[in-house]
Design a protein around this ligand. Structure first.
Ligand SMILES: C[S@@+](CC[C@H](N)C(=O)[O-])C[C@H]1O[C@@H](n2cnc3c(N)ncnc32)[C@H](O)[C@@H]1O
Length: 259
């Protein structure tokens, strides 16, 4: 039976690969890499670097396929028709790669950014492929260090306050729904529009922000402080970095009523 590892590789720092992930890398015959386009070459390069560092034997194959473009504006992170269609196109590609490129007794792997359990579609897509019934395989999941863990570590802060909840959400949800009921610590991912800006000027209470872009990479930028002071700095740094690199990945913790 074909086997597949879904391996969390950390969110940008090659040293975030766990020993469990290295073991899984070493037992893989075929690595599947989806190419997300020119502006995300850096993300594909990190995967190549990891293979160079941990698979010096070279006794593996790499199968690359273009990632179908996704219209995030049309669907956000929700299950809109645009997202369902994108997942199903991705499932077509996974199914083809596994059926055509992985031998009956071989082990394949998907190298997933951060932790596969957090805002990543790989597990859902593999389940969709299995559900179609055209190709059979077993799979396991190796957890990775997520960008959220990295953000907290870089700012030397916890995510929650004593016995309090913390919620992880998307920029779109924060923009549409505001702070979730009963929650004062919110981690925001996938935020193309800097939803934190709506809380400047004391809206919703005193706010403190811990922000990080390209965390763990050579381009890392970190800013923290009271929101009114930090927000203009974040906006300027974010715009400059986005212009220079052509893409940005940033995450932040928004903390209400500190102290
Ligand atoms: C599709 S999600 C993938 C999350 C990933 N599975 C994880 O565990 O971090 C992409 C989002 O993760 C966050 N992200 C991923 N890597 C990051 C990094 N190195 N620095 C800052 N944010 C990052 C950003 O919010 C980005 O929009």
């Amino acid at each position: 039976m074909r086997k597949i590892h879904v391996i969390g590789i950390g969110a940008g720092d090659p040293d975030q690969l766990t020993l469990q992930a290295v073991k899984a890398l070493k037992s893989t015959d075929v690595f599947f890499i989806l190419d997300k386009g020119a502006e995300k070459d850096d993300l594909v390069q990190l995967r190549r670097d990891l293979l160079g560092a941990h698979r010096a034997d070279g006794a593996f194959r790499v199968v690359e396929a273009p990632d179908p473009a996704r219209d995030r504006e049309a669907g956000g992170a929700d299950y809109s028709p645009a997202v369902v269609d994108w997942r199903s196109r991705r499932a077509d590609i996974y199914e083809r790669m596994i059926a055509d490129e992985l031998g009956a007794d071989e082990c394949g792997a998907f190298l997933v950014w951060g932790d596969p359990a957090l805002y990543d579609s790989t597990l859902g897509i593999l389940e969709e492929v299995l559900g179609r019934g055209a190709v059979a395989f077993s799979y396991d999941v190796v957890p990775g260090i997520s960008s959220v863990s990295s953000l907290a570590a870089k700012h030397r802060t916890g995510l929650n306050r004593v016995a309090r909840p913390v919620q992880i959400t998307t920029g779109r949800r924060l923009a549409d729904g505001g702070f979730p009921e009963g929650v004062d610590d919110v981690v925001v991912m996938l935020d193309a529009h800097q939803a934190f800006r709506q809380y400047q000027g004391g809206v919703g209470g005193d706010m403190y922000i811990y922000w990080g872009a390209y965390i763990g990479t050579a381009d890392e930028i970190l800013v923290s402080g009271p929101l009114d002071e930090a927000a203009p700095r974040i906006e300027a740094l974010r715009a400059e970095a986005r212009e220079r690199k052509g893409w940005i990945m940033d995450t932040y913790l928004l903390r209400r009523n500190l102290g």
